[in-house]
Design a binder for this molecule. Structure first.
Ligand SMILES: Nc1ncnc2c1ncn2[C@@H]1O[C@H](COP(=O)(O)OP(=O)(O)OP(=O)(O)O)[C@@H](O)[C@H]1O
Length: 897
């Protein structure tokens, strides 16, 4: 094969019998050949045309397991856009990324190799992660190519690659310089399972069955008033936090307990004395109304700790183990300590009651481990101060569907933490930072130096600029994975530091802002929000114009399929069974934004369509085998076209216009269904039958031209949805010089035709076809005479041709038809209550024909009863008493003799 020629028919398909297309389409043979060809030929290469580029910010799947049909779905939607835009004349930038750093890939490596990251040095574990990710990445590539996703394979990136590490570290330095980042020793959301800080977005709710324990605290001293009680009760689900208890709170409106405020209490088992304070954040509805504050059980504890300047007592360490503060419970897990403490409280008479309790806890979305709040030193990006600006940035985007903006808005409104970006993990991008060993001054790497690993590389200075000290400590943390994946528009645009200019600039500025961000709704708060924050802060611009937010493919339990959860169907399971084009056809069926379960039988509809397209093409092939199939726009002067051909081409114009609009608006489901109906009914069932008849009667230039133009147009209109079968047919029938997917999208030519007359003619043809079938006549049976009462314009001859009618006449009047009332249906839910016992007399009169309709009223039994229009419905029958049989359609009456 030469460099640019498509595969020969022998190579492209097993269907070639050298006499035309075989009976059956064989996708198993056809599809892989084209997939290889498109990749080898760089069919989808972006050429960097700055005037016509259309850029897509493809989601880089996290390397956390194998891809699944949820990805198949999302990727295919993007591909519909890419293929359409490419044919429409845009220079499409369609990259593919692999998000292969961070906790997700680490957990995959641990799972896959049966190891724990803590058992290795950072370097060793990173190597293991790279090895595992490499295999998965190769599988991702294979999957994506097998789905015919028209990615430009020269535009790929890995988030752990040196280049992306450089981008990510540059981003850190730029935000630091802008004053948008800070390092803080403070309570952090912590995952004891992954042993790292996490951010608010990584927490999710989990419903949990637990115990609510009523525990007696001894009163040491009363506060503002005196009482005669010796204890008060605290209700808690977390008694293991008693060693970390630093105060008790009373609500200002809690009159019953006001006398305690200002006093002190003793914590059972552990004995520390804590102040009793007042705060309106106490929830009066829960438990006894008195609440203990521990450092830290939840977010309110953090607020109390900060607002009341409380003591810090750390009872749980980074791995979720009790510290020495927990005394005899030291070394136990939180769950073990909880159980043991409840038992001991009971023994010592401090446990009043322990009852079942259903509540929602916060867990880490990667491992479902309940989070803790630990005081640690972490890096943050400031976001809380700019909530309104990020909302405004979201408003500037065109959201598909629009309702998804609300999710983005709710997320921003609910933000309570700045974005914690440091992770105490191994396989991630290091912070380009050292600290002065003496004064802790932050020393950033030079931009030219990036990417750096401070654990290996030397700092950018010999002496601390603050104190002159010459020894430094490397930052050992790595970035949150979203801190890097949120830069994909800038990675795609080749954003980098230009040393000569001393500024950040873009290698491909035309790519940014990107035209489209497609993604699932599951990561609006993760990927979309963080991308807007980062890119907006770096460039002052919103990073994309449109976003398509699609729904989730669900498993049999109606949960979203997810790589890391493992509840998936791998794409291979489907594409080994069904044609890829059939899966793509299914993909187009869902409304964007809605979740939906995968159903295998939905793929069969796609298979039937492929065969129909094949069959129709086979007929076109046979009908035009002896002619030159290359057609040009000016070849057929419109006036030389027969009415029926012009009518079809005008319909095709309309379809093309509609479909173009649908694709522009990302309305794939409507595009698919409308095109299918038009192709199957109007083209295959109606027009192609007529054409077959006209062409079998001998050469007919008008019809030949129309059949070929229609066929080529259909292949192009179907191309974004069904790339393989359309390419195969295009190559087999037309031997073009390049791929169908590089051809121009069809444009309406502007044919003028009497569309209504054509539609009526098609209805008449349909009615005559049914008449023949129902009467047991062969379709080519000659009919002597047909009268059409309806507007068929110049199409009567075409009807006669195709339905084998010797003599046909058309009239604009109605034939002699008698209309009679055939039935009267009563609405007894109204008639019953209204006429009670007289209903049977009404029924008898109607049965005897003793009724008349006057205007809106039904008069029954010589006017004895009068029913209004809500109470009845009249059915009429139309009979033709003339010569011949009457057939009726929506627009016409046909008499056959
Ligand atoms: N079940 C699903 N249906 C449709 N799209 C999905 C589904 N799961 C993920 N996606 C989409 O795939 C893209 C890549 O996401 P990612 O690889 O992180 O997904 P994931 O399978 O949920 O992975 P993980 O389990 O590691 O979170 C995103 O646009 C995401 O919305």
């Amino acid at each position: 094969m030469s460099e640019s020629e498509p595969p020969s028919s022998d190579e492209s398909s097993a269907n070639n019998d050298h006499e035309g297309l075989s009976d059956e389409y064989d996708p198993e043979a056809v599809e892989p050949v084209w997939q290889d060809y498109w990749v080898e030929q760089d069919t989808y290469a972006y050429s960097g045309n700055t005037d016509t580029q259309y850029t897509i910010d493809t989601p880089p799947p996290t390397v956390s397991g194998g891809l699944h049909i949820g990805h198949l779905y999302g990727l295919t939607l993007m591909d519909f856009v890419a293929r359409f835009k490419r044919m429409y004349g845009d220079d499409v930038f369609f990259p593919f990324g692999y998000d292969d750093n961070g906790i997700a890939s680490e957990r995959l490596t641990e799972r896959e190799l049966g190891v724990n990251h803590g058992d290795f040095t950072r370097r060793e574990f990173q190597e293991k992660c790279r090895g595992v990710c490499k295999d998965y990445e190769a599988e991702f590539t294979d999957n994506v190519q097998s789905l015919a996703i028209s990615v430009d394979w020269d535009q790929t990136y890995k988030t752990i690659s040196p280049q992306v590490q450089r981008t990510s570290q540059l981003s850190f330095i730029d935000l630091y310089d802008q004053g948008r980042e800070y390092r803080h020793h403070a309570p952090t959301i912590w995952c004891p399972e992954c042993e790292t800080a996490i951010s608010q977005v990584e927490q999710e709710d989990l419903d949990k069955q637990t115990k609510f324990n009523d525990i007696d605290f001894d009163i040491v001293e009363f506060g503002e008033g005196e009482g005669d009680e010796e204890t008060f009760t605290i209700s808690t689900t977390r008694p293991e936090l008693l060693p970390a208890c630093v105060s008790v709170f009373v609500h200002p409106d809690d009159d019953e307990n006001q006398h305690l405020v200002g006093g002190t209490a003793r914590v059972p088992l552990f004995g520390q004395e804590v102040p009793i304070l007042e705060d309106d954040r106490v929830d009066l509805e829960t438990g006894s109304g008195l609440v203990m504050c521990c450092t830290f059980g939840d977010q309110t504890d953090i607020e109390w700790y900060q607002a009341h300047d409380l003591e810090l007592r750390i009872a749980i360490d980074e791995s979720g183990t009790m510290t020495d503060l927990a005394d005899t419970y030291e070394g136990m897990s939180t769950a073990e300590a909880r159980e043991a403490i409840i038992e001991d409280l009971d023994k010592q008479g401090h446990l009043l009651e322990s009852r079942d309790h259903h509540h929602t806890v916060q867990v880490h979305e990667r491992c479902d481990e309940e989070v803790e709040y630990l005081v640690t030193e972490q890096w943050y990006i400031e976001i809380l101060d700019k909530k309104e600006e990020y909302l405004e940035a979201g408003r500037q985007i065109d959201w598909q569907p629009e309702k998804m903006f609300t999710r983005y808005k709710h997320w921003i409104e609910g933000l309570e933490w700045d974005w914690c970006i440091s992770r105490q993990r191994d396989s991630g991008i290091p912070f380009p930072v050292w600290y002065c060993q003496d004064c802790d001054e932050t020393i950033l790497a030079d931009r030219e130096q990036l990417p750096v690993d401070p654990l290996v590389d030397e700092p950018s200075t010999d002496a601390c600029p603050e104190c002159g000290h010459e020894e430094f400590v490397a930052d050992e943390d790595v970035f949150d994975t979203w801190a890097t994946s949120s830069l994909t528009p800038l990675v795609n645009a080749g954003w980098d530091w230009n040393s000569e200019a001393g500024a950040l600039n873009m290698e491909r500025p035309e790519v940014y802002p990107m035209n489209l961000r497609p993604q699932g709704h599951d990561i609006i708060s993760f990927w979309l929000f963080h991308t807007i924050v980062k890119c907006y802060e770096h460039t002052g611009e919103v990073p994309f114009k449109d976003v398509i937010i699609h729904g989730m493919v669900l498993d049999e339990n109606r949960e979203a399929m997810s790589k890391s959860k493992g509840n998936i169907i791998p794409p291979r399971d489907i594409i080994d069974e069904y044609p890829t084009d059939a899966t793509r056809y299914w993909t187009a069926s869902a409304s964007i934004g809605d979740d939906f379960p995968y159903r295998e039988n939905a793929l069969e509809a796609g298979e039937r369509l492929l065969q129909k397209l094949w069959n129709a093409s086979r007929l076109v092939d046979q009908l035009t085998e002896d002619i030159d199939r290359s057609i040009t726009d000016d070849e057929m002067v419109e006036s030389e076209l027969a009415d029926i051909d012009r009518w079809f081409l005008a319909q095709l114009d309309e379809m093309t216009e509609t479909l173009t609009e649908r694709f522009h608006n990302y309305e794939f489901a409507k595009a698919r269904d409308e095109l299918r109906t038009f192709f199957w009914s109007t083209f295959c069932d109606d027009y192609l039958e007529i054409a077959k008849q006209r062409l079998s009667d001998g050469g007919n230039a008008s019809t030949q031209y129309t059949v070929l133009r229609a066929h080529q147009t259909f292949l192009k209109l179907w191309a974004p949805l069904l790339p393989h079968v359309t390419e195969e047919l295009y190559q087999r029938l037309y031997s073009p010089e390049e791929s169908l997917h590089l051809e121009e999208w069809p444009e309406p030519v502007g044919y003028d035709a009497d569309l209504e007359a054509g539609e009526t003619a098609m209805e008449v043809i349909g009615a005559l076809r049914r008449y023949k079938t129902e009467s047991g006549l062969p379709l080519n049976q000659q009919l002597e005479e047909v009268d059409i009462y309806g507007h068929v314009g110049g199409f009567a001859d075409a009807v006669a041709d195709v339905m084998h009618v010797e003599s046909i006449d058309s009239f604009t009047t109605e034939p002699d038809i008698t209309t009679e009332i055939s039935d009267v249906n009563l609405d007894y839910s109204i008639v019953g209550p209204e006429f009670g016992g007289e209903v049977s007399a009404i029924d008898d009169a109607i049965e005897a024909g003793n009724f008349a309709v006057t205007g809106e009223t039904l008069e029954i039994a010589d006017g004895t009863f009068e029913l209004n229009s809500e109470m009845f419905e009249i059915q009429k029958s139309r009979t033709y008493s003339g010569d011949g049989e009457m057939l009726e359609t929506e627009r016409a009456v046909v008499i056959v003799r």
